[in-house]
Design a protein around this ligand. Structure first.
Ligand SMILES: Nc1ncnc2c1ncn2[C@@H]1O[C@H](COP(=O)(O)OP(=O)(O)OP(=O)(O)O)[C@@H](O)[C@H]1O
Length: 233
């Protein structure tokens, strides 16, 4: 698939298969197009070329999505917020409570969302993305802003979703955690998939010992500079 913002091509000939029961991690430099790709897959942005095919048609909710910066309407508690989303997808209050517990928000369930920390908001976003058990779950940097313990927990939760049959696609800059937890890795570089496969395959491709080494050998560009495509004027 392709995507362009105006006449700036940001995704070019990206082809990705998300098998059920697996976690695929999308990694790549800042500005490489990860968020754009996740938004296209989630149906929030139109692709300018190509097709997306889903195998599951008979479900109330086909895709769950966590945006990079989740935000919730103030004035409601975490539980009320999630119950609202549960009702939208035909799930009940118990499901909302279960999902809050799963992401570690049991004790914060009755706090208004405006009193939650940034990390807690992300956890609520993950609960929101997974309620109704969508067969495809797309998470934009689910571990960002979380403490190390919580980040590992979130990757464990993601692993459980896959174990229950979901196809999960997440973006992350935490290559160590990705190497440990993801079944498959796709390296996006300047809008193209530069490498894709199991972490061991990505490493073997460039004869690297770690995913980080493989990543450094795969992506182009200088460390410390962000490549910007297009003209903002
Ligand atoms: N709404 C927009 N209009 C125009 N250009 C955009 C828009 N959103 C993103 N871009 C550009 O598209 C490119 C890819 O951005 P994107 O947010 O998809 O990257 P990313 O890989 O998710 O980056 P990061 O790791 O920093 O979150 C960048 O060059 C960015 O400047």
């Amino acid at each position: 698939m392709d995507h362009a913002y105006g006449d700036v091509n940001v995704l070019q000939s990206v082809s990705l298969t998300l098998p059920s029961g697996t976690v695929t991690a999308l990694v790549g430099p800042n500005g490489s197009g990860k968020t754009t790709l996740l938004r296209v897959i989630a149906g929030l942005l139109d692709q300018t070329g190509g097709t997306i095919r889903h195998r599951n048609h008979d479900v109330v909710r086909s895709i769950g999505y966590l945006p990079q910066q989740p935000a919730f309407r103030p004035g409601f508690t975490a539980r009320e917020t999630l119950s609202f989303y549960a009702a939208l997808v035909g799930a009940d209050e118990d499901a909302a409570t279960k999902h809050l517990e799963r992401v570690g928000l049991k004790e914060a369930a009755d706090r208004p969302v405006e009193e939650l920390s940034g990390g807690m908001i992300r956890l609520l976003g993950i609960a929101q993305a997974t309620i109704g058990n969508p067969p495809v779950v797309v998470l934009d940097e689910p571990g960002s802003g979380l403490d190390p313990g919580m980040r590992v927990h979130v990757f464990d939760v993601v692993g459980e979703l896959a174990a229950n049959g979901a196809a999960v696609l997440l973006s992350s800059h935490d290559l160590e955690l990705v190497e440990r937890s993801a079944d498959r890795v796709a390296v996006l570089d300047r809008g193209r998939i530069a490498s894709e496969g199991a972490p061991t395959e990505i490493r073997d491709c460039v004869d690297a010992d770690t995913l980080l080494q493989a990543y450094e050998a795969t992506v182009t560009g200088e460390t410390g500079t962000v490549r910007v495509r297009g003209d903002s004027s």
